[in-house]
Design a protein around this ligand. Sequence first.
Ligand SMILES: [Zn+2]
Length: 236
Amino acid sequence: MQLDTLWQFMQVDMEADGFEHTMRQSANRQKLIKQRDFLKDQQANMKKLENDVAVMQDRLEAVQDEADRLEKLLASMAEEMDKNPPASAEDAQKQAESVQKLLETLQRYETELVKMRKDADTKDRQQKEIRVRAAKTKMEFDQLKVEYDREFKADTEKLQQMRNRTEQEAKNLDPKLLAKYRSIKQHCTPPMAKLVNGQCSGCFMSLPSATLLDIRNGDRIVECDNCGRILYDPGE
Ligand SMILES: [Zn+2]
């Protein structure tokens, strides 16, 4: 009977599928994916930090230039005052005020520069930490990759053997039946279900008596109305 053969074929086919699934779930593979994602994240973090530092560096230089300019201005004002002392108390007051204003601005710049240098140090430290962590992960990744490649090669060979066996078994089947099996498998796996107590053992729906009769007659392939699996009655 074709369905017995198809059922036998399905066992081999499912075993191969199961093995392929296990390969994908491999602990080493999952770990490698995690490490790879981590490395990608660290690369993104590094890029962001580098950008931040570049922007900060520009700002730092600009503030530094401005502070230098103000210092020179103060020096030349002092020199000017030495040469031409203020003529009146009012002039002296005005000059003192503008000097005071410049000094305050300069003080603000200095404060900002100190803060920016501290930020730059922090970011520099962060970059170093990321580099160390990423290098460690990369090393682990490379080691594990060697191990995984070996595992993958062996598993692929084993899977190929299983697939070859499936191909071999498939030769015993009516191509039309096999095509039906494969088309059901696209949306429902395993694609066959045993008939147990008048129920489809794939979806546990009770089958109408007409369907049961069709199965018993064995004239045609009967699919479950609910899940679409090929119903198989192994008999007594
Ligand atoms: Zn069903």
